[in-house]
Ligand binder design. Structure first.
Ligand code: SAH
Ligand code: MG
Length: 192
C-alpha cells in the first residue's frame, strides 16, 4: 500500500523523503523511543505514515499549507487507519500556534524558512527532544554552489547555507549532519 503513495509522488513530482532518508528517520524514532512527533510539511502524508508505523503508540501532528496535498494526505492517512494517530492541520506553519510538546520536530517544508520554523517551534520541543531538518544538500548544490545554474537555485542554496551557519553557531542547540537522502541535520539542546 505504501508503494502506491511512492508511485503517486513520483508521477506527480511530489518531493517525499527518499528511501534511505525515511528509513534512517524511522530507525532513529525507534532507537530513541520517540512517541510524539511534529512535522512541518506533510505533502501527501508519506513520511507521517511511515513515522507513525514505527510503533502503535506514536502520534504525529503534521502541517501542510497546500489544500490539494492536504486532501490527498487525509485520504492516505484514512487508508492506513491512522486518523486517530495522525493529526493533519491545513495551514501555513508560520501562522499556526501549537501548545503541545513533542519528542521530535521534523522540518521538511519550504527550504527558505528553516530558521523561522526552528525558532517558532523550538518551544514545543520537550526536554531531550530533537529537531531534524531535511534537504540540507539540495542535490549536492549546497556543497558545490557553482553547480547552481538558475537564480532560483542560487537563492535556495544561499538560504540552506544560511541555515547551516545558523545551526553551527547556535549557542542553545548542537547539531550533527547525516548524509542520508538529501542530507539531514539532527539538533539537540546543549544544556539539560
Ligand atoms: N514530509 C513529506 C514531504 C514534504 S514536501 C514526505 O517526506 O512525505 C514539502 C511540503 O511542505 C510541501 O507539500 C509544501 O506544500 C509544504 N510547505 C512548504 N512551506 C510550508 C509552510 N510554510 N507551511 C506548511 N506547509 C508548507
Ligand atoms: Mg524533504
Amino acid at each position: 500500500m505504501i508503494e502506491k503513495i511512492e508511485e503517486y509522488a513520483s508521477i506527480y513530482g511530489i518531493p517525499i523523503m527518499q528511501k534511505d532518508g525515511i528509513s534512517y528517520l524511522c530507525n532513529f524514532i525507534r532507537e530513541h523511543n520517540i512517541k510524539r512527533i511534529l512535522e512541518i510539511g506533510s505533502a501527501i502524508g508519506y513520511s507521517a505514515i511511515m513515522m507513525a508505523s514505527v510503533d502503535d503508540d506514536i502520534s504525529v501532528t503534521t502541517i501542510e499549507r497546500d489544500v490539494d496535498r492536504y486532501n490527498k494526505a487525509k485520504e492516505n492517512i484514512s487508508l492506513f487507519n491512522y486518523d486517530n494517530r495522525i493529526n493533519i492541520i491545513l495551514g501555513d506553519a508560520m501562522d499556526i500556534n501549537i501548545d503541545m510538546k513533542f519528542d521530535l520536530i521534523f522540518i521538511d517544508a519550504s527550504k527558505g524558512h528553516n530558521i523561522d520554523f526552528f525558532n517558532r517551534y523550538k518551544v514545543n520541543l520537550d526536554d531531550g527532544g530533537y529537531i531534524i531538518t531535511d534537504n540540507l544538500s539540495f542535490h549536492g548544490l549546497v556543497e558545490n554552489p557553482s553547480l547552481a545554474k538558475t537564480k532560483n537555485q542560487r537563492g535556495i542554496v544561499r538560504k540552506i547555507s544560511n541555515y547551516i551557519t545558523f545551526l553551527d553557531s547556535n549557542s542553545e542547540f548542537e547539531t550533527k549532519y547525516i548524509n542520508v537522502g538529501d542530507k539531514i541535520s539532527i539538533s539537540r539542546r546543549k544544556y539539560e
